[in-house]
Write a protein that binds this ligand. Structure first.
Ligand code: ZN
Length: 271
């Protein structure tokens, strides 16, 4: 499943090339998770001004309105000058004067949704609950600590919920908690300011590095060329149950939190 780093890598790969392009045609394939929310041909003639990201949504700002794109479980975007014929799993084409933006999504949990603005109730429903952006300047350590203090759930669960900070998926959560020496079951509200500060730093570093490395660092992910990620060699704790901690040699333990596996070192990570 594409996580925040993969979505950001996708954005970086076409944002500059599509900026300023005029939409000349729109083609819809099979239904995606949500309907487009406008007549497809009403987009023709509008310009794509910029591509932003909020959480795992890409926001294509147009001269009028915004297209929200979500990759779901299996979606990927391509932006090419020379279009091939659409294949079975190509379910959205945005043909522009600067190239063709195409969503390929075999499982169709992805979506492309039109909204007039971010104030649109539908945009609010999709984006309104999202927490701070981990890679933006607004992700402030003090605000992060304040957000955690209001939550009594286990820190791992609070990270996954995404309403304090977005983008820390299951794999990244185990890794950043290891790097900051925090036991995953620790109640979020019990973290001291310095410990929350270390976690804040780890989240920034891990996600930024994942983007830098093409989104593959901690994802069992293969790109369009079929190249797999470097996850197996890079993970400190994730999927390493029973193996020796790379720092202290203690056997890595696992526990279930909200149906998801968590991995941790009981020596390096304190409650
Ligand atoms: Zn250890």
């Amino acid at each position: 499943m594409p996580e925040l780093p993969e979505v950001e890598v996708t954005r970086l790969s076409f944002a500059d090339r599509i900026a300023g392009a005029e939409i000349v045609d729109v083609r819809l394939g099979k239904p995606l998770r949500w309907p487009l929310n406008c007549q497809a041909n009403s987009l023709v003639g509008r310009r794509v001004v910029a591509v932003r990201r909020r959480g795992k949504y890409l926001l294509l700002d147009m001269s009028l309105g915004i297209l929200l794109v979500h990759l779901g479980m299996s979606g990927s975007l391509s932006f090419v000058n020379q279009a091939r014929e659409a294949t079975t799993h190509d379910h959205f084409d945005l043909k522009t004067t600067q190239g063709l933006l195409r969503l390929n999504d075999p499982r169709r949990f992805g979506a492309v949704v039109y909204v007039d603005s971010e104030a649109d109730p539908l945009a609010q429903k999709l984006l309104g609950h999202l927490g701070m952006e981990p890679l933006s300047e607004s992700f402030d350590a003090k605000l992060f600590h304040r957000g955690l203090r209001q939550r009594s759930a286990a820190i791992k669960q609070v990270l996954l919920a995404g309403d304090v900070v977005v983008g820390v998926g299951n794999i990244y959560a185990s890794e950043v908690l290891f790097l900051s020496g925090i036991r995953p079951s620790t109640p979020a509200c019990k973290l001291s300011r310095p410990r929350a500060g270390r976690l804040h730093q780890a989240i920034r570093e891990v996600l930024a590095r994942a983007v830098q490395q093409g989104g593959s660092t901690l994802q069992n992910f293969s790109n369009a060329l079929g190249e797999t990620g470097h996850f197996q060699t890079e993970a400190m704790v994730y999927a390493r149950a029973g193996q020796a901690c790379k720092v202290c040699g203690t056997s890595i333990r696992t526990l279930r939190q909200g149906q998801r596996s968590t991995f941790f070192c009981a020596t390096c990570q304190k409650p």
